[in-house]
Design a protein around this ligand. Structure first.
Ligand SMILES: Cc1cc2nc3c(=O)[nH]c(=O)nc-3n(C[C@H](O)[C@H](O)[C@H](O)COP(=O)(O)OP(=O)(O)OC[C@H]3O[C@@H](n4cnc5c(N)ncnc54)[C@H](O)[C@@H]3O)c2cc1C
Length: 325
């Protein structure tokens, strides 16, 4: 086990540490007997960072530049890396996180592993696991030179506080001066509008209910089921192409890749382009009226029937059980 620090790039939403970042901090603590440090590109949530075991939070001085610009983020994090000299840099495998990982690895002359589903310490360094080639292979990989940069998928680790909340220390805040390049200064963000976050983002959701062609344009049962179990709604490409739901909901090869604890496919056939994006879900439930639908080959639980019968029955049962609690 390494004793060098592990540096985690942490994300915040509305001033609060995100759950995926708390998950990565939790994972980082298993990779070193030394400290876990964080680097934050927005005002850090010190209480939460302390709770998840960060010893220090490095805060690059952005000089008014927007951290949403990847060149800015990369140069800022790089400055923190030079200060900490960590054994590894960990971050969350979002679109932005993956781009940041690639830029960091190029600058550090090392390597990046993205979409990792696990990371372990070994005698030869950190070993990451990931699923590749549309979910058909599980691999393990290692960065063989320089500081490894590893982007970890949300939900693959449970976020666990380092100690009892009351006793966790507030981390030290370290200001990091950064000399930004002309490239980083070349882009100016004029405005940025976040979409309302009623539900967890698809990539971070622990439970996802996906509607396919079988819903025939009506996502109301899918949404009702998702509301009942606190899930996020996803869709197949057919559903998004038809305009039944926003394109951002598309799961699959040309949509987002998800790895929830529970995936429920409703009227989804299980085409390879779709399953490439949800194969690593822990438990897969499929509702389909065709016994030969390919999704049943991978489902842990398959329900054969018309979704317009099955989902209302499921809702009634869920509500009955809730009422009994
Ligand atoms: C290059 C490329 C990239 C692609 N990328 C993606 C991607 O990212 N994501 C993606 O999803 N697709 C993608 N596709 C499309 C993909 O190949 C499939 O066409 C698509 O996933 C099928 O969507 P579906 O399961 O909703 O529809 P279908 O395959 O038509 O399946 C509908 C299912 O619903 C069932 N059904 C119908 N009525 C009911 C009912 N009343 N009750 C219960 N079940 C019912 C049917 O039995 C059927 O199994 C891509 C295709 C290509 C060529």
């Amino acid at each position: 086990m390494r004793t060098d620090p592990v540096l985690v790039v942490v994300d915040h939403v509305d001033g609060a540490l995100t759950t995926p970042s708390a998950e990565v901090l939790t994972l980082a603590r298993t990779l070193t007997t030394g400290p876990v440090d964080a680097v934050a590109l927005t005002t850090p949530d010190l209480a939460a960072l302390g709770r998840y075991g960060a010893r220090a939070v490095h805060v690059p001085q952005l000089d008014g530049l927007a951290p949403s610009v990847s060149a800015v983020a990369a140069e800022a994090v790089l400055a923190a890396v030079h200060g900490v000299e960590p054994a590894a840099v960990l971050l969350v495998s979002t679109f932005a996180g993956k781009e940041l990982a690639a830029r960091l690895a190029v600058s550090l002359g090392s390597g990046a592993i993205v979409d990792a589903t696990g990371v372990e310490a070994s005698d030869d360094g950190l070993v990451a696991s990931k699923v590749v080639l549309q979910g058909t292979w599980s691999t393990t990989c290692r960065v063989t030179s320089g500081v490894p940069v590893i982007a970890v998928k949300p939900t693959v680790v449970d976020a666990e506080p380092a100690e009892q909340d009351e006793t966790a220390d507030v981390p030290e805040v370290v200001d990091v001066p950064v000399t930004f390049s002309a490239t980083a200064r070349a882009v100016q963000v004029l405005s940025r509008t976040e979409h309302p976050r009623g539900r967890a983002p698809l990539t971070e959701a622990r439970t996802v209910v996906v509607g396919g062609r079988g819903v025939e344009g009506d996502f109301s049962l899918v949404t009702e089921l998702a509301d009942e179990i606190g899930a996020t709604v996803g869709a197949t490409r057919v559903a998004t192409d038809e305009g039944w739901i926003d394109h951002a909901a598309q799961v699959g090869q040309t949509g987002v890749t998800i790895s929830p604890r529970l995936y429920i496919g409703v009227g989804v056939s299980g085409a390879i382009h779709h399953t490439a994006g949800m194969q690593s879900a822990q438990t897969i439930v499929a509702v389909n009226n065709d016994t030969d639908a390919p999704i049943f080959e991978m489902a842990d639980l398959g329900v054969v029937g018309d979704l317009n019968d099955i989902i209302p029955q499921a809702l009634t049962e869920l509500r009955r059980r809730k009422a009994q609690q």
